[in-house]
Design a protein around this ligand. Sequence first.
Ligand code: NDP
Ligand code: 8X3
Length: 256
Amino acid sequence: MISLKNSIVCITGASSGIGEACARAFAREGAALLLSARRKERVDRLAKALQEEFHVRTHTMFLDVRDRTAVDAAINGLPQEWRSIQVLVNNAGLARGLSKVHEGLVQDWEEMIDTNVKGLLYVSRAIIPGMVQRKSGHVINISSIAAHQVYPNGNVYCASKFAVRALTEGLKMDLLGTGVRVCAVSPGLVETEFSLVRFHGDGQRAAKVYESMKPLLGEDIADIVVFCAMRPPHVDISEVIVMPTDQASVHHVHRG
Ligand code: NDP
Ligand code: 8X3
């Protein structure tokens, strides 16, 4: 097991859900936290709370991962003491809508592809060269069981997560011999703001996704992310697929 104390951990989408829980879990290990999202006020509040509770260093950024120029500027403009990023958690992502392709909203598709695929690539492209140069680093992509199984009306979201899976595998090959590790954590149902975002703020519809079953929580995923990050340098967990006990596949959920 390695210590993460004072290691710089960069988490995208830290304003909510899994990203926020990862920030807390890494803070518990004493990591220095580089936190970003579009809702910067939430990230600032989180950073302040973690500083007070765990006495860790934090740096926050407004970041829309879809904006390539802004991503480059944010990473290249980091203060010197925040440049040696050891762990990148590519977490920022979302689903929009649940419709058949021939009835879907093009702007929903664009938002998913721009965030989940292109955004992940932009952030990775900006951060990984430093890891390669230092011969050390760890990229942890938050993927999904939707990267393995397609469900009705999940078309574009699933395609975006299949892409994350392909990019994770490709990156592992690209980084072979550099000392940089690559991992995907692929959850099933996790109760976060994910469904609220998917259904454009319809809370009742979002609540139904987790009705009469016990979903995973952001903390459950964060535990796994930190476990992966703390393995010895020669151990690279390729992927962890994790589902609630009440879920067997994207098609099978036990509702008691
Ligand atoms: P949340 O909606 O709670 O969190 C999503 C996070 O992504 C927010 O912090 C949001 O921040 C950020 N985000 C979205 N778009 C952008 C953007 N353009 N630029 C920067 N940040 C952005 O959902 P989850 O925590 O559940 O989702 C986190 C990841 O986990 C996603 O990649 C999702 O696909 C994946 N996942 C979720 C599962 C689930 O069941 N919940 C299961 C499997 C995978 P802000 O809006 O402030 O920018
Ligand atoms: C989120 C899990 O099954 O709702 O990636 O697509 S699912």
